[in-house]
Design a binder for this molecule. Structure first.
Ligand SMILES: Nc1ncnc2c1ncn2[C@@H]1O[C@H](COP(=O)(O)OP(=O)(O)OP(=O)(O)O)[C@@H](O)[C@H]1O
Ligand SMILES: [Mg+2]
Length: 310
C-alpha cells in the first residue's frame, strides 16, 4: 500500500493498494479517515487480544500487519510487492469463536486498508442454493455483491458439496470460486465448518484447497479457558462472578465433560448460562427495597444454580 500526499486534494490522501496478483486499486481517504482507521485498528486489536486463547488467530493478525508494513517499505523502494490473498478456511466445532473472529478480522482488515467496508455477511447453504436451474447462481451472485468490501462467511460450507455433481450446491461453489478471483482485492471469503467435514470437502474439490492460503483451527476450549470466558463475558456486561458462582460454573463444566457433552456448545453454552444467571439475579433482587451497586453487579452461586434449572 502506498500512501502519497496529493497537495491539490488538500486535506486528502491517496491510498493505493496492491493486494493480490495484478490487483491494484485506488481510492481516496481523508487524514481524518486514516486516523480513524488507526484508532479502529487499536480497538480491534485490543478486542482480539481480550479473547481467551486464540493464539493462532492473534499470531496471524500480527503477521499480516508486519507483512503490510514490509510490503509498503518494499514498494517505496521500488521493489515488487508480493500479493496478499486472504481467503480462509475455519475448522472447528460450534461455539469455538469462528463468527466472533471473522467479525473482528473484517474490522481489522478495514483499518489496515485491506478491505473497504469490513462488514460480515454470514450465510449457509440455504442462502446460496436455489431451487431451479440458474436460481443458485442468481442467489450466490447477489450475496457476493452484498459482501464486496467485506467478508462473506459461509457456515457449514461442506454442505455445498452434499448432493454431488448434480446438486445445485456445485453451482454455488463455481460462482464463489469465480468471485474469489474477480474480487480478490476487496472481498474475503471464509468457509467454515467442522474440522473433519471440511477436510473431506476440500479433498473432494482439489482446486479449492489451494485457493485458500489461510487455514485456522478453532480447537474446543479447555475447561479453565471456558471459566475465563465466563468471567470475561460477565465483566463485559458489568457484572461480577462471586467466587462461589465461579466454582459453580467450573463444576457444571466438569459435569458436562464427564457426560461427554463439553463440545456441544462450548463458549456459546457458557454465554447462555451467564445470560440466564443474569435474569435469575434480577428476579432475586427485584423485590428488595434497597440495592447497592455491589449487589446489582454480583452474580451469586445461587443464580448460576437456578440458571441450570429447566
Ligand atoms: N475466546 C473467546 N473469548 C471470549 N469469548 C468467546 C471466545 N470464543 C467465543 N466467545 C464467545 O462465545 C460465543 C460463541 O462464539 P461464536 O458465535 O463466535 O462461535 P462460532 O464458532 O461461530 O459458533 P457456531 O459454529 O455455532 O456459529 C460468542 O458470544 C463469543 O463472543
Ligand atoms: Mg458462528
Amino acid at each position: 500500500m502506498i500512501i502519497r500526499r496529493i497537495p491539490s486534494l488538500d486535506n486528502r490522501i491517496r491510498v493505493t493498494q496492491h493486494l493480490s496478483t495484478g490487483g491494484e486499486k485506488a481510492y481516496t481517504k481523508s487524514h481524518q479517515a486514516l486516523k480513524q482507521d488507526k484508532d479502529d485498528l487499536k480497538d480491534m486489536l485490543s478486542e482480539l487480544n481480550s479473547l481467551i486463547g486464540m493464539y493462532k488467530v492473534k499470531k496471524l493478525v500480527s503477521e499480516i500487519r508486519d507483512y503490510i508494513t514490509i510490503q509498503q517499505q518494499r514498494k517505496s523502494m521500488g521493489l515488487i510487492a508480493q500479493p496478499l490473498v486472504l481467503h480462509m478456511i475455519f475448522k472447528g466445532n460450534p461455539g469455538t469463536g469462528k463468527t466472533t473472529v471473522a467479525r473482528i478480522l473484517g474490522k481489522a482488515f478495514t483499518s489496515m486498508g485491506l478491505l473497504s467496508k469490513g462488514h460480515l455477511i454470514e450465510v449457509e447453504r440455504a442462502d446460496l442454493v436455489g431451487e431451479y436451474i440458474g436460481h443458485t447462481a442468481l442467489k450466490t451472485r447477489e450475496l457476493i455483491r452484498k459482501s464486496r468490501g467485506g467478508i462473506l462467511f459461509i457456515d457449514e460450507a461442506y454442505s455445498l458439496a452434499r448432493g454431488g455433481e448434480k446438486d445445485f450446491g456445485k453451482e454455488a461453489i463455481d460462482a464463489l470460486v469465480k468471485a474469489m478471483e474477480d474480487y480478490k482485492d476487496d472481498l474475503v471469503l471464509i468457509l467454515a465448518g467442522y474440522r473433519w467435514e471440511m477436510e473431506v470437502f476440500l479433498s473432494s474439490n482439489p482446486g479449492l484447497r489451494s485457493r485458500f492460503p489461510i487455514h485456522l483451527e478453532f480447537p474446543d476450549y479447555r475447561i479453565e479457558e471456558l471459566v475465563e470466558i465466563a468471567q470475561l463475558m460477565t465483566k463485559k456486561r458489568e457484572y461480577t462472578l462471586t467466587p462461589g458462582a465461579k466454582d459453580k460454573v467450573r463444576e457444571i463444566l466438569y459435569d458436562n465433560a464427564d457426560r461427554g457433552e463439553l463440545s456441544m456448545g462450548n463458549a456459546r453454552y457458557v454465554r447462555n448460562l451467564i445470560e440466564k444467571a443474569i435474569r435469575k439475579q434480577a428476579v432475586r433482587l427485584a423485590r428488595r427495597t434497597q440495592v447497592t451497586r455491589e449487589l446489582l453487579m454480583a452474580l451469586e452461586r445461587q443464580d448460576i444454580m437456578e440458571a441450570m434449572e429447566k
